[in-house]
Design a binder for this molecule. Structure first.
Ligand SMILES: Cc1ncc(CN)c(N)n1
Length: 232
């Protein structure tokens, strides 16, 4: 079988994604030792992240040149709003957070930077930019889920097991595979400089993913929060 665009992307992002598996937050989910306050912060930030991420699917759907691609994006959008975000709503309920409070989460600097970047690149260019913007998100979470599920006890953990099962599940794998298939389809026949631009989006979003794990681990909001201010 000839090389796919995702094979080339994998070679670029592999070192960054391997660092996710070594990250204390991700390891804490896998071995069940993660501090719950850190997870609560992550889950709230991730919920508002997923709202913006869903908009990227909506942009992809609007830019789609054919009904098949439009349907693919619509299904990815639906899967995120229902299956994936339901996981967050369930965790929020365990923390005594209502859906309304969850949706009203104040975004951190990292979450704002990451989603602003994704939304910006997906508004520019064609439908392939929207696919590139979400690819690392879907694929890397599935990569992490499939690794963590191999850790003894990870899938059965009384608190973090749901997270591990969800991101390693067949349904989530299908989401990741659909994103990979879309980028491979749209990369076909593109010029090298166009492929380079798509690769750059996938590498940058992979770096943002790492920053997101850092934000969660350190319970970060905005670095300027340390400054006494009356502005708010
Ligand atoms: C930050 C982030 N990136 C990716 C995913 C997987 N959709 C997520 N839930 N959150």
């Amino acid at each position: 079988m000839s090389e796919q665009f995702t094979d080339r992307l994998w070679r670029k992002v592999q070192p960054i994604w391997e660092a996710y598996l070594d990250h204390p937050f991700v390891k804490g989910i896998g071995d069940g030792t993660l501090n719950k306050e850190k997870f609560k912060h992550y889950m709230k930030q991730d919920y508002v992240y997923l709202i913006e991420y869903s908009r990227v699917f909506a942009i992809g759907s609007a830019k789609a040149p054919d009904l098949e691609t439009m349907t693919m994006f619509a299904n990815l959008l639906h899967g995120t709003l229902t299956m994936e975000m339901e996981l967050h709503r369930e965790y929020a309920a365990k923390f005594g957070i209502t859906n309304e409070e969850l949706e009203a989460t104040e975004p951190s600097s990292t979450m704002t930077a990451y989603t602003s970047y994704m939304l910006n690149v997906s508004q520019l260019g064609g439908v392939e930019n929207a696919i590139a913007a979400v690819l690392a998100c879907a694929w890397s979470y599935n990569y992490i889920g499939k690794e963590l599920v191999k850790w003894p006890g990870a899938a059965d953990h009384e608190f973090y097991g749901n997270w591990v099962r969800m991101y390693s599940s067949e349904d989530f794998t299908e989401i990741a595979e659909n994103c990979k298939n879309l980028i491979n389809e749209y990369a076909t026949g593109k010029l090298e400089r166009e492929l380079q631009a798509l690769e750059d989006i996938v590498v940058k979003t992979s770096k943002f993913e790492y920053m997101f794990w850092e934000m969660a681990e350190n319970i970060e909001m905005w670095p300027t929060d340390k400054i006494q201010s009356t502005v708010g």
